[in-house]
Design a protein around this ligand. Structure first.
Ligand SMILES: [Zn+2]
Ligand SMILES: [Zn+2]
Length: 265
């Protein structure tokens, strides 16, 4: 796929400086001896046949890559890999990205936010889930997304959300969709969390949704839980928001839904 790397995320821009489209492999190959070149080709065909004969679980992962489906404010989705969202910073309106998982109270799954490219976090990052407003995007939902991180904070016409606010202070929050903004979740009142900045490549936070109950763990060893649950008939989706941050974030499904096949796509 031809992609204008300079107009994409920091990773794509790096690829562009390496002149990835063909020249990069040519550069590597020109340093290899004939046997090494043959080994490289053999390894590629072995990988292809291993994937063809992989277990159902591995094939399912290959075929069901979770993607960011919409972004607002200053957030963008990588053109080369839609499982990566990024932002070039700015405190207001910051950015927000929503992923294409449809999580209901029937689901039993987990997903992860991973930093794929280190960035600058001077403000806050918010990781969690928001209730899906409409099955198909409308003018109103697009306008709400343009409010950036306020969408996850629950201001204006934003939907209900649960999230970890990381950065300067790490807190376990929710918003109820009435425009009143974020509140500290009562299950975490008085709990002190280790700082989770989501700034360096490899930093992650993993959310588990089991019969409507939402919990999360992260690399520093925190455990988060929310009193807010996914209600019967509601559909929620992973959401990530930045204010001032620039890290590139990948969304990954870690555990396939053990109950329904409806939450993917
Ligand atoms: Zn990109
Ligand atoms: Zn499900």
């Amino acid at each position: 796929m031809k992609c204008d790397h300079l107009n994409c995320c920091p990773q794509c821009q790096l690829l562009d400086t390496l002149a990835f489209d063909g020249h990069f492999m040519e550069d590597i190959c020109s340093y290899l001896f004939p046997t090494e070149l043959k080994n490289l080709g053999d390894a590629a065909s072995m990988t292809r046949s291993a994937l063809r004969n992989a277990s159902d679980e591995v094939k399912w992962r290959l075929q069901n890559i979770v993607r960011w489906s919409s972004a607002g404010g200053k957030a963008q989705i990588c053109k080369r890999d839609p499982s990566v969202a990024f932002s070039f910073g700015g405190f207001y309106p910051g950015g927000v990205a929503l992923a294409d998982l449809n999580i209901t109270s029937d689901c039993n799954l987990s997903f992860r936010f991973e930093v794929t490219f280190s960035g600058w976090v001077a403000g806050d990052v918010m990781l969690g889930l928001t209730q899906r407003i409409a099955a198909t995007p409308s003018d109103e939902s697009a306008a709400a997304l343009e409010t950036g991180y306020e969408y996850v904070l629950g201001r204006g016409s934003s939907p209900p959300s649960v999230f970890v606010s990381a950065g300067s202070v790490t807190q376990c929050c929710f918003s109820s969709g009435d425009g009143s903004g974020p509140h500290i979740d009562s299950l975490s009142a008085g709990v002190w969390f280790r700082s989770a900045e989501m700034r360096c490549a490899g930093d992650w936070m993993e959310f588990q949704c089991t019969a409507g109950v939402i919990t999360a763990i992260d690399a520093p060893g925190n455990f988060f839980q929310w009193k807010t649950e996914i209600g019967k008939g509601e559909v929620w989706q992973p959401a990530f928001a930045w204010s001032g941050g620039t890290a590139s974030i990948r969304i990954v499904q870690c555990k396939r839904c053990a109950v329904c096949e409806k939450c993917v796509k």
